[in-house]
Design a protein around this ligand. Structure first.
Ligand code: B12
Length: 342
């Protein structure tokens, strides 16, 4: 009998969480563990990919937000059940605090990571979603952990991640950064000065095991000046003004926008605001790929909701005109334009 999670297992589990079937989903996951699948693999090869699939279903407008919430609730219950049924051995490696950065509400990815490292011998303190920076720092002072693991799932929270990484290091606590918000192989965690990064929970186990003395990465230069200007800060401040100009241009070019209901208007303003936020995140880490992958994703989200994609082009144009004195932002927007054309 195989001790790996199969495609059929994932399909079965997706069907259960899709129905909000809490008890059957828990039984399903526990049965896999009983069959010999390591509990870690149940989390990383069953729950995590299913959650990613749920995200794609939402993005493609096949699942509503309500369906996603119901399914995620079931997965949270499954993680708790597996953790309760499979207690870790002695926690001999040290104390590890896991926290989502301020404004980051994706607690489940951090929780998956937390349970996996707990099974690997860490005394884990899981602080959950959106931990305000100053509160995290006072927690570090009080509990003196060996490592703080900072989780970020959406790149728009990278500025908050940067602040918390620096603040944690000022308490002499080394920082491990991870989560999809830090980009491919968590490379933006490195840009923002984390002592170590890991692309996923499995890689993190190796990183933690081979971290000599869990010391701060003092040999690497601190990265205060990884960008030479503060375009991202100034543009973030101009966000509402940029969104208002974008809305005006949309209403002029697409008369239907002028007739939007308040809810449609609010949703459009949210999208225009996201364009500004992702642009700022890309400027912070000085990587046009961040804005580019966001545009790919936005096209899927808007396309499946029948929003004409030339609207995105128009908004990028407006932002480019308004940001005439921000050369890096204009370059990221121009790269975005080329990407849309491709
Ligand atoms: C459930 C969910 C939510 C829930 C979260 C509830 C909860 N309790 O977590 C809620 C409703 C709050 C939510 C909100 C939003 N969400 Co959401 N969400 C998801 C979803 C579907 C699943 C999250 C999950 O459980 N992931 C579990 C696994 C899949 O995550 P993972 O990253 O692989 O986790 C591993 C590693 O990253 C690593 N790891 C995690 N943390 C750490 C830390 C360290 C130190 C290390 C080393 C490793 C590590 O370990 C994990 C296990 O290997 C994801 C889809 C996805 N792909 O994640 C979207 C997703 C992340 N959300 C998305 C979006 C857009 C949003 C919103 C902006 C929606 C909105 N319009 O408001 C908001 C943003 C809120 C915020 N500011 O945080 C997008 C992001 C797209 C983008 N361009 O970045 C996604 C990708 C969905 C999609 N496909 O479009 N969301």
């Amino acid at each position: 009998m195989t001790t790996a999670v199969s495609e059929a297992d994932r399909a079965g589990y997706l069907a259960l969480v899709g129905q909000g079937a809490q008890a059957p989903a828990v039984d399903f996951a526990l049965a896999l563990a009983e069959r010999g699948v390591p509990p870690r693999d149940v989390l990383l090869d069953l729950v995590a990919p299913t959650q990613a699939a749920i995200g794609d279903l939402w993005a493609r407008n096949e699942w509503s937000v309500a369906q996603e919430h119901a399914a995620t609730h079931v997965s949270e219950h499954v993680v708790a059940a597996l953790a309760a049924h499979h207690r870790p051995g002695a926690a001999e490696r040290g104390i590890l605090v896991v926290a989502c950065v301020d404004g980051e509400w994706h607690a489940l990815p951090a929780r998956l990571f937390a349970e996996v490292v707990r099974w690997d011998g860490w005394d884990v303190r899981f602080l959950g979603a959106s931990v305000p920076g100053p509160h995290l720092i006072s927690y570090l002072h009080r509990h003196g952990p060996d490592v703080v693991a900072v989780s970020c799932s959406v790149p728009t929270r990278l500025a908050a991640a940067h602040r918390v990484i620096e603040a944690a290091q000022s308490t002499a606590t080394p920082v491990l950064a991870g989560g999809r918000g830090f980009g491919p192989a968590a490379r933006w965690g490195r840009t923002l000065g984390a002592d170590r990064v890991a692309g996923d929970a499995r890689e993190a186990l190796g990183v933690l095991r081979s971290w000599p003395g869990l010391s701060l990465a003092e040999s690497e230069p601190r990265r205060e000046s990884f960008v030479s200007d503060d375009e991202h800060v100034l543009i973030a401040k101009r966000g509402p003004q940029l969104v208002a100009s974008g809305m005006e241009a949309l209403a002029e070019r697409f008369p239907v926008v002028g007739r939007y209901t308040p809810a449609q208007r609010e949703a459009t303003e949210f999208d225009l605001g996201q364009i500004v936020e992702f642009l700022c995140a890309g400027l912070l880490v000085d990587d046009p790929e961040l804005f580019g992958t966001f545009l790919d994703w936005l096209c899927v989200v808007l396309g499946t909701r029948r929003v004409p994609l030339p609207t995105v082009d128009l908004v990028l144009d407006v932002y480019q005109q308004q940001l005439y004195d921000f050369p890096r932002a204009r370059a990221h927007l121009a790269a975005g334009h080329r990407r849309l054309a491709g």
